[in-house]
Write a protein that binds this ligand. Structure first.
Ligand code: BYC
Length: 475
């Protein structure tokens, strides 16, 4: 295991000093990254002292080292998980062969696309969240936002390192482009749909970290199986950091629900209008936000039947999450039954080669994982004696990618007419007035230990510190 020297201009465990040309190229990219961070990173807090964890090694002892730091001084580093000796390719046509330490020429373009797409999402999310600090519900939440932001930026570094180290001039150009595309920019948007959606309020932020970061978990797990070992090792370490991001979403939504239920009990009502007059988020509104962010994130898995996915799998570039748990790692002569529209307003099944259905298989695992938190939220609701259940919409609902793109269905996935969808969509996804209401709740609270009225306090603080610790010192 290579130790990380945090004093290095670019902290790393890849012996960057041993490759002067690569080191110089990355040192050239670094100031551009910092300019991007100042311009499009968290707005208004660059001088604040923030209680953050920084990775100082990839082992259990060093990956979360806590301290107070100003964000522009955060030690963004290049960290790859340790090498697994004699690692073999775990799936596809090259199953059982040695993994690659270099990029095979024939897979260069495809691997570059995967790394660029992954890399693009990281700065995109920072851009999406850049104004949230101005309306944070507490210093605890503000600190969590910044922790997520600095780590997504580190994940950008992880992909930029691969582009610089293994893809030559072309890779360096792609690394520049990662700083030039911007979330929501009509002329130069981010690559994937969800990463151009505005995240203007904290309910959206919690939904994003619950649903969209979880897509990150699943995609990173797929890339962690890659035959290209440096990509597998990079993404393996990224996954360690990702867990906290999903915790922020999971616990954030729980706290919104807890606060709503307190008010329901206090007022002895479940009338959304009355609850809104008292400044909490009613449960049907939580459901509509769930519907919106889940469906957007479900699109991130790509088409149900995908020749891209089939060739990524065949060539060993991108596998399935926890590939060893599958029985058949080659999937050459098997098929998978996909649910597709029957073109008569109904649903039918279509057999496709298993490899072409990999996106759908990964999506299935994701949906199951999404249910874990939902079940927890429902237990909370039930325990409070409230008659309401949060559900996940059907995967056919509100799709923009794949077989169901543009086909109107209700949240149960039953195809309906476009007119009916239009007439009822405000029941299912946040309406203008829902969004305006949520935005109206967003007022900044920065007194240590104080919390906005629409959300319950966290159950515990960060790294055994009390909840009322001054996690961000504003000057
Ligand atoms: N929006 O065969 P298809 C994360 C494109 S999140 C727009 O259907 P394929 C994070 C697709 O790119 C994880 N375009 O699907 C979370 C392709 O375009 P090209 C990010 C889309 O290729 C929170 C075309 O449609 N990582 O880490 O099998 C905060 C046909 O593609 C969308 C990755 O995504 C969409 N939703 O799969 C921070 C992993 N969906 O190539 C970070 C890398 C598809 O024809 N990416 N398209 O121009 C991939 O593995 C694949 O690109 C996808 C798509 C899974 C996204």
């Amino acid at each position: 295991m290579t130790a990380v020297n945090l004093q290095d201009q670019i902290p790393n465990n890849v012996d960057l000093g041993g490759n002067r040309a690569l080191q110089r190229a990355l040192e050239h990219w670094q100031p551009r990254f910092l300019d991007w961070w100042q311009e499009l990173g968290p707005a208004g807090f660059q001088a604040a002292d923030v209680y953050l964890r920084t990775a100082t090694s990839v082992d259990a002892k060093g990956w979360a080292t806590y301290g107070t730091v100003k964000m522009p001084d955060y030690r963004w580093g290049i960290l790859l998980a340790d090498r697994t000796p004699d690692r073999k390719i775990g799936f596809g046509d090259h199953f059982g062969e040695d993994v690659w330490q270099e990029v095979p020429g024939e897979h260069r373009a495809a691997l570059r696309n995967l790394i660029v797409t992954q890399g693009d999402t990281e700065p995109a999310s920072v851009e999406q969240q850049r104004l949230l600090g101005k309306t944070c519900p507490s210093l605890y939440d503000l600190r969590n936002l910044f922790q997520v932001n600095v780590e997504e930026a580190r994940h950008l570094w992880a992909m930029v390192y691969l582009l610089h180290a293994y893809f030559g001039r072309n890779g360096r150009e792609e690394a520049e482009e990662l700083l030039h595309r911007h979330s929501g920019d009509p002329n130069n948007p981010r690559i994937l749909g969800t990463f151009n959606e505005p995240v203007q309020d904290w309910l959206s932020f919690y939904m994003f970290t619950y649903f969209t970061d979880r897509d990150g978990k699943y995609q990173l797990k797929c890339l962690a199986e890659s035959a290209f070992d440096p990509l597998a090792r990079s993404t393996r370490f990224m996954l360690t950091e990702e867990a906290h991001h999903m915790f922020v979403g999971d616990s954030g939504v729980s706290r919104v629900i807890r606060r709503a239920m307190e008010m329901m009990k206090e007022l002895d009502t479940n009338d959304p209008q009355l609850l809104r007059q008292h400044g909490v988020v009613d449960l049907p509104l939580v459901q509509r936000y769930v519907n919106y962010w889940f469906t957007s994130s479900v699109d991130l898995f790509g088409s149900e039947a995908s020749s891209n996915a089939a060739s990524y799998f065949a060539n060993g570039l991108k596998g399935r999450p926890d590939e060893p748990n599958f029985e058949d790692h080659v999937c050459k002569d098997t098929t998978y039954a996909l649910e597709v529209p029957d073109d008569k307003g109904g649903v039918t099944t279509k057999e496709v080669p298993m490899r072409n259905a990999v996106n759908e298989i990964v999506r299935q695992g994701y949906v199951k994982d999404c249910m874990v938190g939902i079940s927890r939220w429902n237990r909370l609701i039930k325990k409070a004696g409230v008659d309401f259940e949060i559900t996940l919409p059907n995967r056919r609902f509100r799709r923009s990618i794949g077989a169901w793109a543009g086909i109107p269905t209700d949240p149960q996935g039953n195809p309906i007419s476009a007119d009916e969808y239009e007439a009822r969509k405000d029941e299912w996804v946040p309406s203008e007035s829902d969004r305006a209401y949520v935005l109206s709740l967003m007022n900044q609270v920065t007194e240590p230990g104080k919390i906005a009225g629409w959300i319950a306090p966290p159950e515990r603080g960060i790294n055994s510190l009390p909840v009322d610790y001054e996690y961000v010192k504003l000057h």
